[in-house]
Design a protein around this ligand. Structure first.
Ligand code: BTN
Length: 264
């Protein structure tokens, strides 16, 4: 990663401070440390290589040098925008920005797998990790981390992945610039960030939701927790599932397992 060139380009965007690294453990962890030190709002942490990146549910997310995008955005509470009521929308914000970039910039049929994955034709191309930090019941800051598979070697060779994965290079059959893609995603993030509390964000999230209208199973740490028809996302970013008994359940966390469902 040519840090000076990346910095020059990223400086054109209305962000806070820029922290660009060749290698970090986790950009989310680094962003948390910087937020604790008073980094300005909308500051950005980008790493070429991430050796102990964090995924959801305690998973790791390793980023090989030159292959992917791994970055974190520092957000602070803001009345009417970033507050406890809108925290459930942050994964949607990140996913929406990536999906919009893939669709509008690269004509790819990207979708959001609730709560935080971006898929292209049923394969995961990006993951989002929004982490809120509190002191007692006071929200201190939120770190929005995005990991996007760009070049082919972004994927582990041993295929030890929980879900089939792909890269932008594989989807397009050609290489693309990581910096161009990053700038486009940041522009989309800035746009959707302004609409975080608006109905338009939930509307767009619903329109781009994978498996809508389909029977799914939801797993949680304790195993499969619910099954039913995926109806959509509610105002808080919770999944709405219609159970076999016809009840509508609003579910705040879990992981969609389409392959657990008997589709015969
Ligand atoms: C997931 O799908 O489980 C979420 C993965 C999120 C990975 C990104 S990479 C940049 C940021 N820093 C981290 O440590 N994690 C997120």
């Amino acid at each position: 990663m040519e840090i000076d060139r990346w910095r020059e380009r990223l400086k054109q965007l209305p962000l806070g401070d820029l922290y660009l690294y060749e290698e970090v453990g986790s950009t989310n962890l680094e962003a948390e440390r910087l937020a604790e030190g008073g980094a300005p709002p909308l500051s950005l942490v980008v790493a070429d290589s991430q050796i102990a990146g964090r995924g959801r549910l305690g998973r790791t997310w390793i980023t090989q040098p030159g292959q992917a995008l791994a970055f974190s955005w520092i957000l602070y509470p803001q009345p009417g925008l970033i507050q406890s009521e809108t925290l459930g929308r942050l994964n949607g914000l990140g996913a929406l920005a990536v999906v919009e970039t893939l669709r509008e910039g690269y004509a790819l049929p990207a979708q959001i797998k609730w709560p935080n994955d971006v898929l292209v034709e049923d394969r995961k191309i990006a993951g989002i990790l929004a982490e809120a930090h509190w002191e007692g019941c006071q929200l201190l800051h939120v770190i929005l981390g995005l990991g996007i598979n760009i070049h082919q070697n972004a994927l582990p060779a041993d295929a030890s992945l929980a879900f089939p994965a792909t890269t932008l290079e594989e989807c397009l059959g050609r290489k693309v610039s990581r910096l161009d893609f990053l700038v486009q995603v940041l522009q989309a993030l800035l746009k959707w960030h302004r609409q975080l509390a608006e109905p338009s964000l939930i509307k767009a999230w619903n329109e781009l939701l994978a498996y809508r209208g389909q029977q799914i199973a939801l797993s949680s740490a304790g195993g499969t927790s619910a099954r039913g028809e995926l109806l959509g996302i509610d105002e808080e970013g919770a999944l709405i599932l219609r159970t076999e008994r016809g009840e509508k359940n609003h579910i705040l966390s879990g992981e969609i397992q389409v392959r657990l469902v008997d589709r015969s």
